[in-house]
Design a protein around this ligand. Structure first.
Ligand SMILES: *[C@@H]1O[C@H](CO)[C@@H](O)[C@H](O)[C@H]1NC(C)=O
Ligand SMILES: *[C@@H]1O[C@H](CO)[C@@H](O)[C@H](O)[C@H]1NC(C)=O
Ligand SMILES: *[C@@H]1O[C@H](CO)[C@@H](O)[C@H](O)[C@H]1NC(C)=O
Ligand SMILES: *[C@@H]1O[C@H](CO)[C@@H](O)[C@H](O)[C@H]1NC(C)=O
Length: 363
């Protein structure tokens, strides 16, 4: 059937594009990474957590550097919760390995909001024929949790991302049909973009293409956005009771809104929805974000950066205000960090905030 008719059938609701098969899997990965030991007592009370934020977001200070005492090798077998999706017609030629950001889990890529109207996976699989693998980052939601200061850090999560990539290439994921892919594209949102960036910085041949959403390498705005997130102890909230002491979460709906959404660009049901799906994160992650983005990157494949013009954490609410006539946007400055990328594109989504999949449809 010609594509056009398929499209029409879909619009008419003929149901022929039911169109994807998804499977939830648990993947064991054997990983090893260099993690940092910090002179930091696990922040447990809300006073401890706010103190942690005040230290972390202090201007002119690198708190990570101030409290790091040594480095060690952390290794072991970890359980990762993931979802593998393929078009009904069979696996795509390309698989996209998608990593979520701080405060979300893998469902960020497949939002059920408004009948999956905001689902990235829905578009990628059903309309463009990709296969996708989404995963809960180590420490998050259904993936294995760990010690929140010295263990669950960026480097260990990137090691898990590398292990998942290998399993996709070898066809060794524990799926009903373990498809084998020679083309793996990596995509990220926010902290997940940083992981994708670091992955390719460590191993420039590992990916056939990367896209980094809600991303820039300008760290000037994380302090204001971080404080706006009003972090609190996660397990004070009954729905996060299964997280151990030391995990953090956004303090309330206003904190989520400040960190993730732009004025006028979301519906209130989106904020409510974000509140039901948000997940905790760790001090160890917050302390190791900066080290990821400062790593030089010689990756020579295709790079696409997509950031909302009103992104608060990475553009301070205005990506176009660069202060430099030669620089068209703040995320554009990443072209200097990834000078070998070919092709390299940067797209600024007008008016959008940080949670790009939670931007309302323009009417
Ligand atoms: C996978 O797990 C999620 C969350 O637990 C659930 O909402 C979803 O329906 C599951 N998907 C499949 C295909 O079983
Ligand atoms: C989502 O909503 C928009 C705006 O109402 C509409 O144009 C689009 O077709 C919808 N997409 C899906 C997948 O339902
Ligand atoms: C802060 O210090 C850490 C540890 O030395 C380092 O990895 C990171 O790049 C530094 N961050 C910035 C923004 O300089
Ligand atoms: C970050 O962006 C701001 C505003 O455009 C600019 O003044 C500053 O120099 C940038 N910092 C870096 C490290 O690029």
């Amino acid at each position: 059937m010609p594509l056009k008719i398929l499209g029409l059938a879909a619009v008419l609701g003929w149901g022929i594009v039911s169109a994807r098969k998804c499977e939830n899997i648990s993947v064991s990965v054997d990983i090893e990474a260099r993690t940092a030991d910090f002179d930091l007592e696990t922040p447990v009370s809300s006073v401890d957590v706010t103190d942690f934020s005040l230290n972390l977001f202090r201007q002119g200070h690198n708190f990570t550097e101030e409290i790091v005492t040594s480095y060690r090798t952390t290794s072991g077998e970890y359980e990762i919760a993931a979802t593998y999706c393929t078009p009904d017609a069979g696996p795509g030629h390309v698989v996209q390995l998608l990593t979520h950001g701080i405060g979300f889990d893998r469902s960020y890529w497949d939002l059920s909001l408004n009948d999956f109207n905001h689902s990235y996976v829905h578009e990628a699989v059903e309309h463009y024929g990709y296969s996708t693998l989404t995963w809960d980052r180590l420490g998050t939601a259904q993936s294995q949790h760990g010690e929140p200061v010295g263990e669950i850090q960026a480097s260990l999560e990137v090691a898990a991302l590398r292990a998942l990539t290998t399993k996709l290439r070898e066809g060794t994921l524990p799926c009903r049909e373990a498809d084998r892919f020679s083309t793996v594209v990596h995509g990220g949102h926010s902290f997940g973009s940083y992981h994708t960036y670091l992955l390719t910085a460590q191993d420039p041949t590992i990916s056939d293409g990367i896209f980094l959403t809600s991303f820039s390498q300008n760290g000037s705005f994380t302090d204001v956005a971080g404080l706006g997130g009003n972090f609190v102890p996660a397990n004070a909230n009954p729905s996060f009771a299964f997280y151990r002491d030391g995990y953090l979460s956004y303090g309330n709906p206003s904190a989520l809104q400040a960190a993730l959404l732009a004025p006028g660009q979301f519906d209130t049901d989106m904020l409510k929805f974000a509140g039901t799906m948000t997940q905790p994160f760790t001090p160890g992650e917050m302390l190791t974000i900066g080290g990821e983005t400062n790593t030089p990157n010689t990756y020579g494949g295709p790079v696409l950066i997509i950031t909302g013009s009103k992104d608060m954490p990475f553009c301070g609410g205005d990506c176009l205000r660069t202060g430099l006539p030669v620089l068209s946007s703040i995320p554009e400055s990443s072209s200097a960090f990834m000078a070998n990328a070919r092709p390299s594109r940067c797209f600024i989504v007008p008016e959008a905030g940080h949670a790009l999949n939670l931007v309302r449809w323009l009417s």
